[in-house]
Design a protein around this ligand. Structure first.
Ligand code: SF4
Length: 343
């Protein structure tokens, strides 16, 4: 149980009025106060009791390492049971701050190019463990302009993610607009349906990474269980219901899936969904070397990325190539593994 959950329980055990917990939430989320002793709206005795029972502050996750590089900071957190997860803060020159958070400790999906997948799944994070990653940055004064579930784990395989979305969007807590949040998934049918119904304005990104089932299966074992032909109808339904863009993440791996022929195949695949095509956007991600993969996968040549984009655009597909930050501290896509203490 996280500190804030324990706080609520203790207040009720001590028969404190309901508004005490609201005062604590107000101190944390409006005034960015992290320590019980500084929550001056509470009686002194109560502040002391909370500190004696729960320790100084409201954060449950313990930061145990931080790496910094240009526009990316990577935080390594330790969970109560000793498990470790990572979160990344990206800060842009114009002041925009974007956060990439983890939803699971490890991951069971085993995508071949992903360092988290090589760890195997340890466990799902609870809703508060997910949002605590952001609370850490928030209490340090960061602006939470956008948040993506693209860190460790498959978010839609963890049912607690829906509660985390509620906490992130609750006006009395973070108060984030759904449109500032992105869920990235390898395609978990039940989770996609639930997201469409319960959080229709949250951005949805599908990790495609291949233009056909045969190749996808080699890179992502999930294709056997939930093939793309089962997922596209759900994405189309999401577009029709929400009228929102769906992002298709495509990691470019040299000589594996990055040729013009692959790009043409991708155009044909997407043109099979003509009605929804204008609301699909392909997000190309040049591969970042991951510690577990050795020389198995190699980043594409810049010329190859440009050519891929050209073919997609010529085929009438909306697309862009992502600029990566933090590759030198293993903070970019596919590199998170909480393997060691960050520097
Ligand atoms: S890419 Fe996502 S789903 Fe695949 S192994 Fe990595 S964390 Fe898991």
């Amino acid at each position: 149980m996280t500190i804030l959950e324990q706080t609520k329980k203790l207040l009720s055990l001590w028969e404190q009025p309901d508004y005490r917990y609201r005062q604590i939430l107000h101190a944390v989320f409006r005034e960015r106060v992290s320590k019980f002793r500084d929550m001056t709206a509470l009686p002194k005795g109560l502040r002391q009791s909370l500190e004696e029972e729960l320790g100084e502050g409201v954060l449950t996750l313990r930061p145990v390492g931080e790496s910094r590089s240009g526009q990316a900071d990577k935080l390594l957190f330790e969970l109560e049971d000793g498990g470790r997860v990572e979160a990344v803060r990206l800060h842009y020159k114009k002041g925009w701050e974007s956060f990439c958070i983890s939803s699971q400790c490890g991951c069971s999906f085993g995508c071949k190019f992903c360092a988290t997948g090589a760890m195997g799944r340890k466990r799902d994070l609870t809703a508060w463990e997910i949002v605590d990653q952001l609370l850490y940055f928030y209490l340090r004064g960061c602006r939470l302009d956008s948040v993506s579930f693209m860190g460790m784990g498959e978010p839609l395989a963890n049912p607690h993610v829906f509660e985390a979305l509620r906490l992130l969007t609750a006006p009395e807590l973070f108060g984030l607009s759904q449109r500032r949040i992105t869920i990235s998934t390898v395609g978990v049918p039940l989770g996609i349906r639930r997201l469409t119904l319960e959080f229709p304005q949250v951005n949805l990104a599908y990790s495609l990474h291949a233009p056909c089932s045969e190749l996808r299966e080699k890179l992502m074992p999930v294709e056997k269980r939930w093939p793309m032909e089962q997922i596209f109808p759900l994405l189309n339904a999401h577009i029709r219901r929400t009228n929102r863009r769906v992002f298709l993440a495509y990691i470019l791996l040299k000589n594996r899936n990055d040729s013009p022929a692959h790009a043409q195949k991708l155009v044909r695949l997407l043109r099979g969904n003509l009605r929804e095509l204008p609301l699909y956007h392909v997000d190309l991600i040049p591969y970042n070397k991951a510690s577990h993969a050795g020389e198995l996968f190699v980043p594409p040549e810049p010329q190859q990325v440009r050519e891929f984009l050209r073919v997609l655009r010529q085929g009438g597909v909306s697309c862009s190539a992502r600029t990566q930050f933090g590759t030198d501290i293993s903070a970019a896509c596919g590199q998170l593994c909480a393997e060691r203490k960050a520097n």
